[in-house]
Design a protein around this ligand. Structure first.
Ligand SMILES: *Cc1c(COP(=O)(O)O)cnc(C)c1O
Length: 414
């Protein structure tokens, strides 16, 4: 690959970014160096294996797990995504996975063994609860579920065998916020690690590692992609975990992210800052509008002064609420509340009736019959997810078109 010394040297100088670049720049520029073709946008490498220059080099690469050997282990497009997301989270390293759930699977397979104990908020993503409560318990990893906001409950749940605290903030759908720094201190005093699912805020609004967390987990399916196209996941943290622990586990167990999906998310990261800001600003406007609406009894959104953890949220989330909010429609009995919520949802003509978030298209959801449908009515009542609750994941439409769409149903509730 001898294609002229001078231009090659110039290219290498450009490929190695200077120190001290700001987050906006890192989100656009961090990646592997371009190939000999000099592509300005990161390439999509669809290949299941890599040709080695000679047997000796091949042996070394396999032994040290370096460079590129086989696509279950590593891929240049995936590596670029890992480097960029690590830079944005302020992490030493990152390992990308096929989905958000497989990032949690990789984390537990890599870190824990039978007899180990986990403390987890009971308000985390529904499949996360199932994964800990049902799947990991089969292998002897036990989980205690505690209040999202009462730190004393976390402390009381600690055991000598506790290895991990797992939190997600803000939660879905009620946007409860936990204190990352306080949980990190608690974990470290107990000789455990703290992992934070940062899917809802993304590193643009919240950087858990800077607040003391040991690992950040992502469902890249949501805001990192940002346009509802692909599934992806990731863990970010120190290389003693990312490279030494999760690297070998992923190489063996194969929760590998597909290169095409990595390429889509890599592109998504370039506009993440703009999207999060716009969607979060719009969500605040919608939240204010809902708070004034006579047919709405309560709005759940961290940037509202009425939110129980408003000050903590603003300090922890760069003064932003994020793009997900929920509200209760006014109604008497659970049956009437459900009918009213369904009426609001079914009267929309712009919003998507779906269960996802992090899309440019706003999504409206009835949590009690979808994401939280598997709970008993008593469990739902205990977690505050009533039949009248509606969740909105605000996208990039004009905010007046979103409120007009909500008004179609809210304005005609009897
Ligand atoms: C969607 C989501 C997950 C799971 O991610 P998948 O990519 O769907 O596997 C985990 N945590 C949160 C907060 C999520 O929103």
């Amino acid at each position: 690959m001898n294609e002229g010394g001078d231009s090659e040297a110039a290219r290498i100088a450009r490929a190695r970014l200077p120190d001290g670049l700001r987050p906006e720049t890192l989100a656009v520029r961090t990646a592997l160096a371009p190939s000999q073709h000099g592509e300005n946008s990161e390439g999509l490498f669809l290949t299941s294996t890599y040709v080695q220059p000679d047997a000796q080099t091949s042996a070394r690469r396999f032994e040290r797990m370096e460079d590129f050997t086989y696509a279950r282990t590593s891929n240049p497009t995936v590596r670029s995504l890992e480097q960029r997301l690590a830079a944005m989270e302020g992490a030493e390293g990152c390992v990308a996975t096929a989905t958000g759930m497989s990032a949690i699977l990789l984390m537990i397979m890599g870190l824990l063994k039978a007899g180990d104990h986990v403390v987890c908020s009971r308000s985390v993503f529904g499949s996360t609860v199932s994964l800990f409560a049902k799947e990991f318990s089969k292998f002897g990893v036990e989980t205690s579920f505690v209040s999202q906001t009462e730190i004393a409950e976390w402390r009381a749940a600690l055991r000598p065998s506790t290895r991990l605290l797992f939190a997600e903030t803000p939660t879905n759908p009620l946007t409860d916020v936990c204190d990352i720094r306080a949980l990190a201190d608690l974990a470290h005093d107990a000789g455990a690690l703290l992992t934070v699912d940062n899917t809802f805020c993304s590193p643009v609004l919240q950087r858990p590692l800077a607040l003391g967390a040991d690992l950040v987990m992502h469902a890249g399916t949501k805001y990192l992609d940002g346009q509802g196209r692909v599934m992806a996941g990731a863990l970010c943290g120190p290389n003693r975990l990312i490279v030494d622990v999760f690297g070998p586990t992923l190489r063996t167990a194969g929760m590998t992210l597909a290169p095409f999906n990595a390429w889509v998310v890599l592109k998504g990261l370039e506009t993440l800052r703009l999207r999060m800001k716009a969607q979060s600003d719009a969500a605040l406007q919608v939240a204010h509008w809902l708070e004034r609406h006579p047919a709405v009894s309560r709005v759940y959104y961290p940037a509202l002064a009425s939110h129980p953890q408003h000050e903590l949220a603003m300090a922890q989330q760069s003064g932003q609420g994020g793009a997900v909010l929920s509200f209760d429609v006014k109604a008497g009995s659970p049956e009437r509340a459900r009918a009213a919520a369904f009426h609001v949802i079914d009267s929309t003509r712009v919003l998507s009736i779906a269960t996802n978030l992090g899309d440019t298209k706003s999504i409206i959801t009835h949590p009690a019959t979808t994401s939280h449908g598997r709970l008993t009515e008593a469990q739902r009542q205990a977690s505050g997810i009533g039949q009248g609750l509606v969740r909105l994941a605000v996208g990039l439409e004009h905010v007046d078109d979103i409120t007009d769409d909500l008004q179609r149903g809210l304005g005609s509730l009897s």
